[in-house]
Unconditional design. Sequence first.
Length: 239
Amino acid sequence: MTATPDAALVLFSGGQDSTVCLAWALSRFARVETVGFDYGQRHAVELQVREPIRQKLAGLRAEWAARLGEDHVIKLDALAAMSETALTRDMQIEIAANGLPTTFVPGRNLIFFTFAGALAYRRGIGALVAGMCETDYSGYPDCRDTTIQTLGRALSLGMDRTFAVHTPLMWIDKAGTFAMALEIGGQPLLDVLVEDTHSCYLGDRTHRHDWGYGCGKCPACELRSGGFARFMTARERTK
């Protein structure tokens, strides 16, 4: 199947960043499909919120509903089996001896993009969209722009098909992500971001904060809560 540049595959985890990326793609591409990865993550609850979020985004605008295509979930059990990390094992979230956080899963994004590229190839999709970000850099070398763009070139060469890789959040912080959601989908999209998305590394959906659900203490929750506070402060100033 020949790839079309009007179709996009969004790497969609069910988290804040990938949800904004999905809305971003729905506002730009004629056909948008999503892919999630079940790799034995501790916060597997993110897989459960994916479909409700997809349905809520489709309900926000008629054109988004028309553009939203199939969802795919790929099991990558081997990634957890070979990873000694705080995202795949019951261990402390901290900075390891190598200077990287223990939440870093070696090779995760490289594997994700390889499988996403293979899926996009089969589905005739020419664009890959993902929520990696350098501004709120958490010490993950596979989130850097250089890494992602190099992966895109490697996929294009290895599959003899041109893939455009889009990372719309690469140069903005979490406050900017909330602001982008408001710009793309208004208050209804911002409400989905707060109420339905999941970012907490510990999979906590019992504690509700003004910024959403989570333990409030893990690095993902700290980034999200801090970003929301800055976003709300900036929003108040513009009123």
